[in-house]
Design a protein around this ligand. Structure first.
Ligand code: A2P
Length: 336
């Protein structure tokens, strides 16, 4: 029992926390003890991780004694309150919330892209917004082929991004509608089954919603390109757990050839090219669900603008968009 790490998972009963628990046994670092934390409502429940059952404890200031790594996936206000306490107790914090992402002293990390931004003195590492991660997994490798000037992206975002209750709402509403009953919105303020709508974050005066603002600012920070133009339209769709994104990348000069883009993406860690024009087979959120890789296809140059190239990408929101990226951060940080 003395070997290995003591790992706390804040939000252990949630959509992302459950995936973190499931993945913990698969990583190279040994886990000695798991501390699943959630609200008082879940205290006493049992969860399984690394082949054993653990009892959920209510999140509190003394939960981090002796913890080596704490994963936070219980919303920004919990992270703001408890992540500093976890650091004080000696833990490395990997935070899935938006609490620290734009803090200049906190690295915002997609390990395949900017692991170098994590330094030994960083005790809180932020996991980017899921749409930003999936976008950049497809786009960042293209920097090897030319300087990127602008990204236009429309997202098709799954229910999982709004948590376990939103996934359940999609399931229940689909059953209700098929049975001839009206859909009852609760987590979202409009029906999610057989519908789609502008992302459920507040819109500011410039007409962009909170999710779109995250995609803009976080993309610039992760790529280290504060002047990059990013124009997103974020849409919620009735898909369970994988986000899809229609992406156009504009280069400073002529866009690279489709062949070179395919070659670069095929060599990129964490990316799988699904681009079979003959069979009309391209990425789908169903195929991306449960997969570590982000699927990328529909690789085509713009017929009207020689500088632009378009792609379609799908990635599991709960895995590469959240839990897997968090585990990869811990792994990279602990091995470095
Ligand atoms: P609980 O299940 O007890 O409400 P999701 O993103 O799927 O909605 O999950 C949110 C996670 O954050 C859940 O594990 C949830 O626990 C946890 N959580 C929500 N509110 C609190 C809180 N006040 N203190 C601790 N954990 C919380």
């Amino acid at each position: 029992m003395s070997e290995g790490l003591k790992v706390a998972v804040v939000g252990a009963t949630g959509a992302v926390g459950s995936e973190i628990l499931r993945l913990l046994g698969d990583r190279w670092f040994p886990v000695r003890e798991v501390v699943p934390l959630a609200s008082a409502r879940s205290a006493g429940k049992s969860v399984v991780a690394v082949g054993r059952e653990w009892t959920v404890q209510p999140l509190g200031p003394s939960c981090f004694d002796g913890v080596d790594v704490a994963f936070f996936s219980a919303g920004a206000s919990r992270s703001k309150e408890y992540a500093p306490l976890a650091v004080e107790a000696g833990a490395l914090v990997v935070d899935n919330s938006s609490a620290f992402r734009m803090d200049p002293d906190v690295p915002l990390i997609v390990p395949e892209i900017n692991a170098h931004a994590m330094l030994p003195h960083h005790r809180i590492i932020a996991v980017p917004n899921c749409s930003a991660i999936i976008l950049l997994m497809a786009v960042a490798p293209l920097r090897a082929l030319g300087r990127i000037r602008r990204i236009l992206v429309s997202t098709y975002q799954s229910a999982s991004g709004a948590g376990a209750a939103a996934m359940e709402e999609l399931r229940t509403q689909a059953e209700d509608v098929l049975a001839g009953r009206p859909a009852q919105p609760c987590v979202f303020d409009q029906p999610i089954a057989f519908n789609l709508f502008s992302h459920n974050t507040p819109i500011s005066d410039d007409g962009f919603n909170g999710e779109e603002r995250k995609v803009i600012e976080e993309s610039q920070k992760i790529l280290g390109m504060p002047d990059l133009w990013v124009t997103p339209t974020c849409i919620r769709v009735p898909v369970m757990r994988a986000h899809s994104e229609s992406i156009t990348v504009e280069f400073e000069g002529d866009a690279p050839s489709e062949e070179s883009v395919r070659r670069v993406l095929e060599g990129a860690a964490g990316v799988r090219v699904v681009d079979d024009r003959a069979a009309n087979r391209f990425p789908t959120p169903l195929e991306a669900s449960g997969q570590d890789d982000v699927l990328v296809g529909r690789i085509r140059r713009d017929p009207f603008d020689p500088r632009s190239l378009s792609l379609f990408a799908c990635g599991d929101q709960l895995l590469k968009g959240a839990a897997l990226n968090a585990l990869q951060i811990a792994e990279a940080r602990l091995s470095g």
